[in-house]
Design a protein around this ligand. Structure first.
Ligand SMILES: Nc1ncnc2c1ncn2[C@@H]1O[C@H](COP(=O)(O)OP(=O)(O)OP(=O)(O)O)[C@@H](O)[C@H]1O
Ligand SMILES: [Mg+2]
Length: 1007
């Protein structure tokens, strides 16, 4: 990466703003558009001054080439700059830079971002610095950085702009020639156009209207931009009067009406063509009289259809060559580079420039660089290059750009245009390196262009497969289909040999992509087959064996579940070391044991063996590409289901942060949200669970319809909604999504979908359907040997579904669930199984089951399950006439249910109390709600001890004391002054507790 050197800001020098030397022209026939733009700017500034924030707009200016878009934009820009406090950012697309990733956004944002104070810069960047920084050319990717997900870059940019806009508001962002924007910039700009409405930002985009001026991949963005525009202006041709005025301003009043009319029709009211034709008329000294109308047409052909011959005649060979070099560089053309690319002497270049300026081809910008007078001239010159010259000159350009220290990223767009078929190793090396650099700034498409070109070079036989492998990996985050094909090719012996280490990696990657697109069986087999071939690479072999176990485990069903589990157990026992691969196998085994409902202590022992002082070991991190995120996920799931939820949450929080920092915004982040949602759900924090799960679902839907992730999220969301008492909403969500058999074709849904579906049917009182669904679910799970009653609580719910018709069979299932739960052995599993059994029992028997359930659940982190058991125990006690006890459990249940946001359960408990003449609320002695630590601070505070001393005395931090005091005051319904009375304690003189007195109190006497 060092080669990139000072080329980080290539192509975005200070003269890039296109304001260059262009003289201000009087704009004709554009009053309406100018007024509209002025109104938009005024409105933005006014509303912002009045405190408005969600005031953004999108103004578009479109039309044919040369119709006057850029000229109009200049006026808008000038007007905006005159406004007090407004920030104006500008960028333009370039026909030659259309494949240069982030070319437009770098121009647009670099000045604003580099202008920030360091502190402000950090705030604006937030956690996104390592994502947005490299993409925007503000910093080098960190050593050892991973490829960036382009969606992550877009999300990061969203964040950055949301931070930046209010700080620089009102903000006007102007982009000219949007049709030539690189796709990376364009896709963000269109996405941002929606968000800009909620910010003090006016976006102004100018572009050509004709679809053919847009790259095919950009056309959808064209449509979106038009749809989102709040002010849309398609520029019309100039009127006869205006063109006549332009002619007469140049040639004087002698220009005859008939001549002007002919002139106007010839140029069709197009100002660019008018200016060009006028030049010709002047150069040819043509009299502007009616008789010359015919000649006018001939001149127009010359003015427009500039062929190689016309340019040669006009400029001469060596000047034209210099112009070609400039055309190759596009915009913001460095003279030294153009000189070297055209292979001219400094003096020759000076002459060429002089000539080109005289001929109104080039102009100089304030930063000393060159610019085409108009992009149409640049295009015309570029297009006259004979093919061989063009490919050759691109090669020279690539070399010279690198020599100038501008780096491979900048050089690579030329490299890909060079002539292939030479088989030059150096070119291949450079292209591969450029590809790697592109991946680090979140531009996989550009990386792929480099690698495709490298393949065409072609590479030497012995590295061809390696290039294919790199090509496959480059599309990992964006194009699974392409990845599969390229990796299969890389592994195909006919394509040449692949280094053994890479073979293992290519196989693993291939299996990963297959798995992520639901082809889990194929994924497992690919690994199995390759592992069988490996002889002298035990680590590689183990990696692929482990991967095949992993993919089988994620399958919806498998041929020989118990057999696989046994083989995994044997593999596990054979491990001697604690390398990453060994630990990976342990993690799989921990998860396998969990699913099988084997004793929790065994699963946890394996899981704890995977971690290193409670954290993921090196090589098994969330963003680690050797193993992928499935592995830490399995570990986190193991903790979630074995009642060590806090540990799971720590892992999942790391996942969210790490994916964010790495910019992996797609399925990865979505899955991390799902996992966190699941953990929160298991813990009974239902509102938070719902929020995480909805976010996961949204992210999944953004990527594609009905991915496995969406299935996972919907399943747990349904469960969460049921727990919150929103049964109809759960039902509706399940139906809308299609959450019912046969579920996802190939991938297992986490947690067990059939059990969840059956549970939903029970909640809807559709007992027959539930019975059928759960019986089938049970049969399949038994065959697979999976008996975890929390993961798949089919038996307990089946008991409820059939209790009415087949009480004996129901009891058998309920007891089976309890047996399985006891084998597994976690408090939450046993407690829940007992509670479910109680639902089909009456009287004293139900009371006893629920008492035991409450005892177990009280020792588990499963808050919501505990709350349900408390409420049900209360109800059961009421049914056997023990009203006092009933009341106590119901109150406890309500408190816990409130804490869980289980509104339905709160209502149920209140109804239970009210219906039987009990008070629906504790006539609270709030003192019972104080925790011990809260009591400790409360007692001291009531005696007038100031917070700092309380902290010292109790040996805790002041912040914590203050937080506990706040809770005490809230629960007591009283501030410091009434606290002693509220607590029923003797009071003390209180002056010293007021914060303002504290400073004086520091040296005060000890009480
Ligand atoms: N309203 C106008 N009145 C007079 N002259 C104009 C007007 N608009 C543009 N011109 C002149 O026409 C020429 C072309 O205009 P401009 O560059 O703005 O066109 P454009 O639409 O941006 O073209 P392109 O699509 O190629 O970028 C300029 O030289 C400018 O001076
Ligand atoms: Mg223009």
């Amino acid at each position: 990466m060092t080669e990139q050197g000072n080329g980080l800001r290539a192509g975005t020098g200070p003269g890039r703003d296109g304001e260059g030397a262009a003289p201000r022209v009087r704009l004709r026939d554009r009053d309406a558009e100018l007024r509209s733009a002025e109104t938009a700017v005024d409105k933005l500034c006014r509303e912002f001054a009045a405190g408005g924030t969600e005031i953004g707009e999108l103004l578009t200016i479109s039309g044919r080439p040369g119709i006057g878009k850029t000229s109009l934009l200049h006026e808008v820009r000038r007007t905006a700059k005159l406004r007090d406090g407004a920030t104006v950012l500008f960028a333009r697309g370039g026909e030659q830079q259309v494949k240069e990733p982030y070319h437009v956004l770098r121009q647009l944002l670099q000045p604003a971002l580099t202008g920030l104070e360091p502190g402000e810069f950090r705030q604006v960047m937030g956690t996104w610095e390592e994502v947005v920084g490299p993409a925007m050319g503000l910093k080098q990717p960190k050593a050892g950085a991973r490829r960036l997900d382009p969606q992550g870059v877009r999300d990061g940019l969203d964040y950055v702009l949301t931070q930046l806009a209010p700080r620089r508001a009102p903000l006007v962002m102007i982009v000219d020639d949007l049709h030539w924007s690189d796709l990376e910039s364009l896709s963000w700009l269109t996405q941002f156009a929606v968000r800009a409405r909620e910010l003090p930002v006016l976006l102004v985009f100018a572009f050509r209207e004709d679809e053919n001026d847009w790259q095919s991949e950009a056309r959808q963005h064209h449509g979106t931009v038009l749809k989102l525009a709040t002010r849309k202006h398609e520029l019309n041709r100039l009127s006869l009067g205006s063109v006549t005025d332009i002619i007469r301003a140049e040639l004087g009043d002698k220009a005859e009406d008939a001549f002007c009319y002919e002139f106007w029709t010839v140029v069709n009211g197009n100002p660019y063509e008018a200016v060009a034709l006028l030049d010709q008329v002047r150069d040819q000294d043509l009299d502007p009289v009616e008789e010359n109308s015919v000649q006018l047409r001939e001149l127009a052909v010359d003015a427009n259809g500039m062929t190689l011959k016309t340019w040669l005649d006009r400029l001469g060979a060596s000047t034209l060559r210099f112009a070609w070099a400039c055309a190759m560089l596009g915009t913001d053309i460095r003279i030294d580079l153009a000189t070297r690319i055209s292979t001219q002497s400094a003096e020759g270049a000076r002459d060429s420039i002089k000539q080109l300026r005289k001929q109104r081809v080039l102009t100089q910008t304030p930063n000393g660089n060159l610019e085409f007078v108009h992009p149409l001239i640049g295009s015309s010159i570029y297009n006259t290059m004979p093919e061989a010259t063009r490919t050759g000159m691109h090669g020279v350009a690539a070399a010279e750009i690198e020599n100038a220290g501008l780096g491979l990223l900048a050089a690579s767009r030329h490299l890909v245009e060079t002539f292939s078929g030479e088989g030059d190793d150096r070119t291949v090396r450079k292209l591969r390196k450029a590809a790697a650099e592109h991946l680090l700034i979140g531009a996989p498409e550009a990386a792929q262009r480099c690698l495709h070109r490298a393949l065409n070079e072609p590479p030497a036989d012995d590295i061809r497969a390696e290039v294919l492998y790199e090509l496959g990996c480059s599309a990992l985050l964006t194009d699974p289909g392409a990845t599969v094909n390229q990796l299969k090719l890389a592994l195909d012996p006919d394509e040449g040999p692949l280094r053994p280490a890479l073979r293992v990696d290519a196989t693993f990657r291939l299996s990963e992509v297959l798995a992520h697109s639901g082809e889990l069986r194929e994924a497992a087999l690919v690994c199995q087959r390759e592992a069988a071939e490996i002889e002298d690479d035990p680590a590689g072999k183990l990696r692929l064996q482990a991967a095949s176990f992993m993919w089988h485990a994620f399958r919806k069903s498998e041929e020989d579940g118990p057999g696989r589990s046994q083989r995994l157990g044997e593999l596990c026992d054979s491990l001697t070391g604690r390398e990453a691969a060994d630990r990976a196998v342990l993690a799989m085994r921990a998860w396998d044991l969990t699913l099988r409902g084997e004793p929790t202590t065994d699963a946890l022992a394996y899981a704890d063996d995977v971690l290193e002082s409670g954290r993921l070991p090196k090589g098994l991190g969330w963003t680690d590409s050797t193993w992928g995120f499935e592995l830490p996920s399995m570990l986190g799931l193991t903790y979630t289901y074995n009642d060590r939820i806090a540990q799971a949450e720590r892992l999942f929080a790391d996942a969210i942060i790490q994916f964010e920092v790495a910019g992996w915004s797609g399925a990865h982040r979505g899955f991390a949200y799902f996992l966190m949602g699941l953990a929160r759900f298991r813990r009974g924090l239902l509102a938070e669970a719902e929020d995480f799960l909805r976010r996961a679902l949204r992210l999944s839907e953004r990527i594609g319809p009905k991915l496995p992730l969406a299935w996972d999220a919907v399943g747990v969301l349904v469960d969460t909604l049921l727990a919150r008492g929103r049964v109809d909403e759960a039902w509706e969500l399940a139906n809308r999504f299609g959450f019912h058999p046969p579920y996802h074709d190939t991938a297992m849904v986490l947690p067990d979908a059939p059990s969840l579906y059956g549970k939903l049917l029970v909640a809807k009182k559709r007992y027959a359907g539930a019975a059928a669904a759960l019986t089938e679910a049970g049969a399949q799970l038994e065959a697979r040997g999976w008996r975890n009653t929390v993961w798949a609580p089919w038996a307990g719910h089946l008991a409820i579904a059939i209790a009415q018709d087949e009480p004996d069979r129901a009891r058998e299932y309920a007891q089976k669930a309890i047996r399985d739960a006891r084998t597994f052995g976690t408090a939450s599993a046993i407690g829940t199984a007992l509670r479910l059994h109680a639902e089909i029992e009456d009287g004293q028997q139900a009371v006893e089951l629920l008492q035991e359930a409450v005892r177990y659940l009280g020792q588990s982190p499963a808050g919501y399950e505990h709350a349900v058991a408390l409420v049900e125990l209360g109800a059961a006690l009421r049914r056997v006439g023990r009203l006092d006890d009933a009341q106590e459990y119901l109150y406890q249940g309500i408190e816990l249910a409130q804490h869980c946001s289980a509104e339905g359960l709160v209502d149920q408990a209140r109804r239970e109390l009210a219906n039987y003449g009990l008070r629906p609320n504790r006539l609270g002695d709030f003192r019972e709600t104080l925790s011990q630590p809260e009591w400790d601070v409360a007692k001291l505070a009531a005696r007038g001890v100031p917070p700092q001393r309380i902290a010292d005395e109790l040996g805790v931090q002041l912040g914590l004391v203050n937080r506990r005091l706040a809770a005490v005051y809230r629960k007591a319904g009283s501030g410091p002054d009434g606290l002693a009375t509220a607590l029923g304690l003797p009071g003390q003189p209180r002056e010293a507790t007021r914060p303002s007195d504290e400073a004086d109190d520091v040296d005060g006497a000890e009480e």
